[in-house]
Design a protein around this ligand. Structure first.
Ligand SMILES: [Cu+2]
Length: 65
């Protein structure tokens, strides 16, 4: 799945978002593109779980159409 996180702007944001994803699923594969503001996640968990976790950290994720 691919999420868009428009307010993810630097390496710090990327590490916070990565940690949020890993807290949902420690086995998840996470790839972040700060320039494109996208988070690609390989996981059996639902997108909504990652969206909630990232939102709690103060970011505004959405599912990339
Ligand atoms: Cu940042």
């Amino acid at each position: 799945m691919e999420l868009e996180v428009k307010d993810m702007t630097c390496g710090h944001c990327a590490s916070v978002v990565t940690k949020a994803v890993k807290d949902v699923d420690a086995q998840a594969k996470v790839e972040i593109d700060i320039t494109a503001r996208t988070v690609r996640i390989e996981s059996a968990c639902e997108a909504s779980e990652f969206i909630s976790a990232i939102r709690i950290e103060g970011y505004s994720p959405s599912v990339r159409a």
